[in-house]
Structure formats: C-alpha cells, structure tokens
Design a protein around this ligand. Sequence first.
Ligand SMILES: CC(C)[C@H](C(=O)O)[C@@H](O)C(=O)O
Ligand code: SF4
Length: 468
Amino acid sequence: MPKQKTLFEKIWERHVVADYASSALLYIDKHLVNEVTSPQAFDGLRLANRMLWRPNSVMATADHNIPTKNRQAGMHDRVAQQQLEALEGNCAEFKVNYFSLQDPRQGILHVVAPELGDTLPGTTIACGDSHTTTHGAFAALAFGVGTSDIEQVLSTQTLSMPKLKSLNIQVDGLLPEGVFAKDLALGIIRAFGTDCGAGHVLEFSGSTISALSMEARMTLCNMATEAGARAALIAVDEVTLAYLKDRPLAPSGAEWDAAAAYWRTLNSDPGAIYDKQLRFDANTLAPQVTWGTTPAMTASIDETVPTPDSIADPSARKAAENALAYMGLRGGEAIRAIRLDKIFIGSCTNSRIEDLRAAAQVVRGKTVAASIKQALVVPGSGLVKQQAEAEGLDRIFIDAGFEWRDAGCSMCLGMNDDRLSAGERCASTSNRNFEGRQGHGGRSHLVSPAVAAATAIAGHFCLPGELQ
Ligand SMILES: CC(C)[C@H](C(=O)O)[C@@H](O)C(=O)O
Ligand code: SF4
C-alpha cells in the first residue's frame, strides 16, 4: 500500500530539486517582492552580473513604507523615498511585474496576491516577509525568507531549506457568535505558545477550519508565524475553489478543470502521520484581547489582566512583569476597563473586505468616543478599498469619525507616519504587539476587527452587542 502522506509532504516532494541529509533545495513557483527587503538582493544580482531566472514568477509592490494619505505629496522621509525608487528602478531593469502606488492592485502583498488569484494551491511561494505564511490558506507552501534567500530565488528559482517537521493543529467545534479567526489565532497561540510551531509546517484542520471563509483562513495562517511556524497549510476544499474561480490570474477554461482536479488531491491522506499533533476546542472560545508584549499574552475579553503572582513558572512570571511594566498595567484590571488612545483597523491579518464589513457593521450610525485621539481604517489593497467604497463602507467609517486611508502596512509597524507616540495605547487588528512595534513606547493590544470597532465607539474594550 502506498504511504499515506501529509499535505506538506505532497507539496514538498513535488518541489525538491536536490535532497541533502538535513536540507533540500526547493523549486520556488512564485516570488513576492516588497520595497524593504529586496534592494540589497537586486544589488547582489547586479554585482554578480546575474539575471532573473524567471521574471514572470515575480510580483512586486511597495507596502511597508509608503504613505497612506496624500500620496501625490510624495514620501514622508528620505529612506522611504530611496526604497521606493530602488524597487521601481529594479522592477524596470529586471522586467518584474510591479504595481505602482497609483495602481489599484497595489497593497499589502499578502492581500494582493490572493485576491488576484496569484496564490495557487500546491505551489511554493517565497517572499521577504515573515507573514508569507498567510498563503498557506490556499494549500500553498509559502515561506518568509531573508535578503540573501531573495537573491537566490531571483537568480536560481530555488531556495535552500532545512528539513522541516509537520505539526497538525486540529480545531473542532462551532465558533460562538462574535468570535472570529483572529480570536482563534490568539487563542491557539495563548494555549500552545509562540514557539509551538518552531521548525514545523503547521497544518490547520478540523470542522472549525472547514467552516471558515478563505479570508478567515488567511487571518489564521497569517498568525502561524506568531506561533513560530515556518509555513502554514490548510487543505483545498470547495471553499478554496469557489474563492479562486474567475480571479484575474487564476487559470481558466480547460486549464482550470485540470488544475482543480489536481488541487482536490491537496489534503493530508487519512492516517498520515504528523511529527506533532495538537487539538483545540473552538466551542468555548471568547473574543481575545492581548494584554502583553507577545501574542501569547492574551486574555478573553471577560477576564482580568493576570497578576504576576498568579504565574507559577519563574521565567513566565518575570516576562509578565516586564510586559505589564511596558504596557502600563498593574495586573488585575478588567480587560473591559482598559481605555484606548488609538484604534487601528488594517494589516495583512485583518484588512480584507470581510474584516471591513464586520467593523463597519459595528460602527454604522455611531460615533468614535471623544477620548479616542485617532481611529484609522487602512484597507489591505486598492481593490479592497474600491470594493468597500462601492458598498458604502467608507461613508460609514468617515461618518463615525474614522480616517479612511490608502492601502499599506501603515500602523501595523509604523514605518510611515502612522504610528503611536510613547505611552499611547492602541487596539489593533494587526498581528504583533512587541515593544515599540507600532511606534517607540507605544502599547498595542491585538483584537479582531469587530472588537476594535466596538472599542473605538466605547473608548474601552467592549463587544459590539454592548454598545448603546
Ligand atoms: C519588514 C518585514 C521584513 C517584516 C516581516 O518580515 O515580517 C514586517 O512585515 C513585519 O511584520 O514585522
Ligand atoms: S501588514 Fe504588518 S505584518 Fe503584514 S507585512 Fe505589513 S508590516 Fe508585516
């Protein structure tokens, strides 16, 4: 009987170019390139007088560093300007498909590639960005890589990879009303830790996952990197195929039929053996709010911030003390009592149309609390922005007192002017709450779009149903 294979093994085996004892050379099908991590890679190519192996496998756009308003006025600083010019020059010189800041297809790469149908099941993808795990929602084996890897992929279409292990997190149950993929991601990281996926490719499976939309699956896979995983995967099903059908870059006609037939095989065989397996129950999950400086430092909205003396393990206690000091919390506060200064709805985790719909539904006809200094909505791409405007979501946000911006990473990491000042506290739909992540001294609490929206209206953490 043939060996039962995991989804990871199936994709990996089809892409191995050379197999070594502890590593392999993998063929890379698609390469996504941003302005921050690519300039040195292109410089390296020029120095070595190398060409791109397959220019049409590369898609580029600027997302991290760019302004999200008044784009006509140019970039906000010199480094940002240089990075943008370098990307534009490199794409022109090496004939790479590039979406300029004026192109509606510009946006965060992890939003752009899937919505165009460029992210396809069974492919390998590389991108100089750790949240490349997002594309695993389509059963694509997608790796975040460093600058020297980018150069290797550009010039050889291959990537050296250590042999990875497989981890399966099986999630079963019905997500309660008001609980989203973001809460699932935070709940899983809270339960199993920020390194549970280290050295592993993390496949999510189970009834809860099957019931998620593609956008929700992307949210979950996006945060697999915060669980330490090298890549994420979700098996192909009819939800995947329905999402991809008729996307501009997806195959069509007879090619679609052939592709879909192959894609339907992209799941783990029954009885396939993973190196590690974990289970998570979605039935009792509540909306999650991070209180500390890692995504594992999370509580349910109904809980209080933990006090260090409630933590038995000495190093975890010390970490909590440090996190609380940075976050300006003592421990013991009710999560709902925490008051915010800023709200950020955006990032490659939660800036797709379903996220914006969920947030708009909460704020419709309401007003952002007077105590909130700034509330930003930053769509993940120009196309998401267009779609939201066609549905009138922009008016709902603007009427409520939100700022409606152009697509980019924005306050997720504060590389542009959208950032927190020292001591400011933000409810953010992004994926990282590290010290200084959204601005020096800024305090980030990670939440779902629905909770971010309700919190903007109330001024403190709350659920949509609790608004007046
Ligand atoms: C700047 C970039 C390399 C970085 C990443 O790799 O993830 C960023 O996108 C982030 O989210 O921290
Ligand atoms: S939105 Fe945030 S997490 Fe995503 S790629 Fe940009 S900076 Fe990284």
